[in-house]
Design a protein around this ligand. Structure first.
Ligand code: ADP
Ligand code: MG
Length: 162
């Protein structure tokens, strides 16, 4: 496929910074948006999701949905559908993901590569990498013009040089 793609790099030094970054990003999101989170265990996928939730106006505590696969949260701004498909493994089980992607919230998927075949191509992929100490390199990989525009605006407003 030849869907456009652009990548932006950000480094955070603390979990609070990662949460704040995600919280700020949430303000640029709209209903139906899809975010895929990739990274090793402990890289910060759930921490990032907590920040996103805060930015969407979710007041409930967000924790890793490892045992439920999908959790829904009501947000002041938008609902959040938080998926952690790690436990699905490569089983390719279809839990009606489309309903969420086409729903009126923001969907966040941890370990998304496990359900790659079921995912729309237009999306924001976020990869988190461990760096020295508490540093994390966060790569925003925007796929499709909607997400490219969204990221450009976000990065500009955050004053991050790419
Ligand atoms: P994952 O969901 O990717 O397995 P978690 O978000 O559950 O990861 O855990 C990340 C852990 O790393 C947390 O304990 C968090 O406090 C810690 N941490 C340290 N530095 C950072 C950072 N810069 N960004 C995010 N998390 C960090
Ligand atoms: Mg997690």
């Amino acid at each position: 496929n030849n869907i456009g793609e652009e990548v932006f790099h950000i480094t955070t030094e603390t979990p609070e910074q990662t949460m704040k970054l995600a919280e700020n990003l949430a303000h640029y999101l709209q209903e139906g948006n899809l975010i895929l989170l990739e990274g090793d265990l402990g890289a910060g996928k759930t921490t990032f999701t907590k920040g996103l939730a805060k930015g969407l106006g979710v007041t409930r505590n967000v924790n890793s949905p490892t045992f439920t696969i999908i959790k829904e949260y009501q947000g002041e701004k938008l609902p959040l559908y938080h998926m952690d498909v790690y436990r699905l493994g490569e089983s390719m089980e279809d839990l009606g993901f489309d309903e969420y992607f086409e729903g009126n919230g923001v969907t966040v998927v941890e370990w998304a590569h496990l359900i790659e075949d079921q995912l729309p191509l237009s999306r924001l992929e976020i990869e988190l990498y461990h760096r020295e100490g508490d540093k994390r390199e966060i790569c925003l990989k925007a796929k499709g013009s909607q997400y490219i525009d969204l990221c450009k605006e976000f990065i500009k407003d955050e004053n991050i040089s790419n």
